[in-house]
Design a protein around this ligand. Sequence first.
Ligand SMILES: Nc1ncnc2c1ncn2[C@@H]1O[C@H](COP(=O)(O)OP(=O)(O)OP(=O)(O)O)[C@@H](O)[C@H]1O
Ligand SMILES: Cc1ncc(CO)c(N)n1
Length: 267
Amino acid sequence: MKNYKVATLTIAGSDCSGGAGIQADLKTFSAIGTYGMSVITAITAQNTQGVFEVEELSKNIIKKQIEVVFDDIEPSAVKIGMVSSPEIILEIANTLKKYDPKNLVVDPVMMSKSGYSLLRPEAKENMIKYLIPMAYIVTPNVPEAQEITGMKIETLEDMKIAGQKILEMGPKHVLMKGGHLKGDAIDVLIGKDIFEVYESKRLDRKNTHGTGCTISSSIASHLALGYGIKESVALSKIYITEAIKNSFDIGHGVGPVHHFYKFDKLK
Ligand SMILES: Nc1ncnc2c1ncn2[C@@H]1O[C@H](COP(=O)(O)OP(=O)(O)OP(=O)(O)O)[C@@H](O)[C@H]1O
Ligand SMILES: Cc1ncc(CO)c(N)n1
């Protein structure tokens, strides 16, 4: 029996429609059974149809949120999502360094499903320089990995090469997510002496808002619970597949995945 009395922290943007960002992260933490905490970096006005406005919070309040959390409660894992500007990234990296966070999961969020840029173009450099090297695991999707490495990714082989390039930037592991490629949903985990492929059938569902945020917070939760990296990713792949299957049509656009713990399983 795992010890569920562990805390997990997300540092990310808010999605008022509840599908991605902080809201997806906290739902995932709760569903998996860890105690969720949040440091908000930006407020987005978005729904299933798109992102309409973004307001970044000041780097001072972001820093202060991180400090008061860590000074009181040590998270067993930390997930970083939307971080938008070069200044915010630098502030987060410098503040976190003081606490040497355990199990740091960096989801290098760049673009929303609807095509809105959640990372300012000039912030990419700081993401590569400061955040990616600190990570225990980085979880890019295909367009993000293309931006980070500068190479085109069209096949599983390209994913492996790009993953290796990102690993050389300093994180301990890279999970290359293949949701954006054609065919089955194949993800690849790369680390020193680790090479694992996680495969699931592509679900023919339009409701995939929040898949990236959800899988990265699921990995953080499982690491916090003490699972190893391969098992954390394997369990998270199952979690995201279930969350996509449980999605239903809410809103008028790309609906969110649904974090639905089946209590009747206990009966
Ligand atoms: N249609 C699908 N069927 C099954 N699995 C999927 C599907 N789409 C994505 N996935 C899986 O969901 C996870 C997230 O992958 P994806 O590449 O979509 O992330 P993302 O683009 O970062 O998400 P987001 O757009 O929310 O930021 C991966 O495990 C991927 O394989
Ligand atoms: C706040 C936020 N973070 C991440 C994503 C990823 O798609 C999103 N749509 N919104």
